[in-house]
Design a protein around this ligand. Structure first.
Ligand SMILES: NC(=O)c1ccc[n+]([C@@H]2O[C@H](COP(=O)([O-])OP(=O)(O)OC[C@H]3O[C@@H](n4cnc5c(N)ncnc54)[C@H](OP(=O)(O)O)[C@@H]3O)[C@@H](O)[C@H]2O)c1
Length: 305
């Protein structure tokens, strides 16, 4: 009997996550579309079902709520007996758009460069609490759900984890050479050291010392969250040699997160994560993909102009 693959997507109710669910289902994969909000998740799943995709089921999951993880694990055990693909897509940006019109007129995220950080305070704001929450969701909650699902992934013949990262996680955006080196020195980096780096960042964020200590100055917490997610991807790939674990930047996509300012559609944006999830067994692990191409973790030139 053919072994049908089963994938779980976090934040599957909208944006790139929903499109990843659709494309995986079109590829014959059974999909567990998860959403923190039950009615939004059911609505998204119904939409896919109406379009003819009956291999998508909904299950509630707020990656920040540990209580929502155990029922999900039980559900997968009962209905699928294993998990083949985990797509960690759910994330938050950690900033507030104060002037959406001006943000859009200025070219969206393209204008958010550190050299202009002082000119942007009337367009976007990064309150400390949102930055802290951004790191909690994009890094710590992603780690928690990943670790909870590892035993089910280990029951798959070809397990895959895809961490949806961002070009903003590129170490190009960091101005502290020692830190850049540490986050790339995978032989010596540990999860404990990543925790310390996050604590250092939060302290500098709180005390307005980001510039002094070489942190990114715009969308700072988001950039740090994705940079540590990339480092974690590499550490996990070394730890679990039988699981193919990669991270993928989907492109600059027109979604709610970007206030619809992206260059590409959700359909185009989902292509990279889906391609990496369906790579053959001899594909890379611990790699970073910019859309569908392997790319460096630290670029020499601005990876996003
Ligand atoms: N759009 C881009 O240009 C772009 C570029 C680079 C990387 N990315 C990455 O691509 C991924 C998807 O982004 P997007 O543009 O599709 O964003 P989006 O439209 O803002 O969607 C984010 C999704 O994450 C969910 N989410 C947030 N916190 C959650 C939590 N605690 N538990 C469960 N779900 C949660 C949201 O749920 P609710 O609907 O309940 O809020 C929503 O489904 C993210 O990892 C993002 O960082 C996007």
């Amino acid at each position: 009997m053919e072994d049908k693959r089963c994938a779980l997507v976090t934040g599957g109710n909208r944006g790139i996550g929903l499109e990843i669910c659709r494309q995986l289902a079109l590829n014959g994969v059974d999909v567990i579309l998860t959403s923190r909000n039950e009615s939004r998740g059911v609505e998204a799943t119904d939409k896919l079902s109406i379009s003819g995709l009956h291999n998508v089921v909904f299950h509630q999951l707020d990656i920040n709520d540990p209580l929502s993880i155990a029922p999900l694990v039980k559900f997968i055990e009962t209905h699928f007996g294993k998990l083949d693909i985990l797509i960690n897509n759910a994330a938050e940006l950690g900033i507030i758009f104060i002037n959406d019109k001006e943000f859009k007129a200025g070219g969206g995220f393209v204008q958010l460069v550190d050299e202009k950080a002082h000119l942007l305070t009337n367009i976007v704001k990064e309150p400390y609490e949102l930055g802290e929450k951004c790191l909690q969701t994009n890094y710590y909650a992603t780690k928690t759900i990943t670790e909870a699902l590892i035993p089910l992934l280990q029951l798959s013949k070809s397990p895959r984890i895809v961490n949806v990262t961002s070009v903003y996680g590129d170490l190009y955006w960091f101005h502290n050479e020692k830190l850049k080196h540490e986050l790339q020195d995978i032989e010596n980096l540990t999860e404990g050291r990543i925790d310390e780096i996050i604590r250092m960042f939060l302290m500098d964020f709180k005390t307005a010392n980001l510039e002094k200590n070489g942190w990114p100055l715009t969308t700072s917490a988001y950039k740090v969250s994705k940079a540590v997610l990339n480092a974690y991807t590499r550490l996990m790939a070394r730890k679990y040699e039988n699981i193919m674990i990669n991270c993928v930047h989907p492109g600059y996509v027109m979604t709610e997160m970007t206030s619809q300012t992206g260059f590409i559609t959700e359909e185009e944006g989902a292509k990279g994560p889906v391609m990496v999830a369906l790579l053959p067994d001899n594909g890379p692990s611990g790699a970073y993909f910019n859309r569908t191409q392997v790319a460096p973790f630290s670029s020499i030139d601005a990876p996003f102009k």
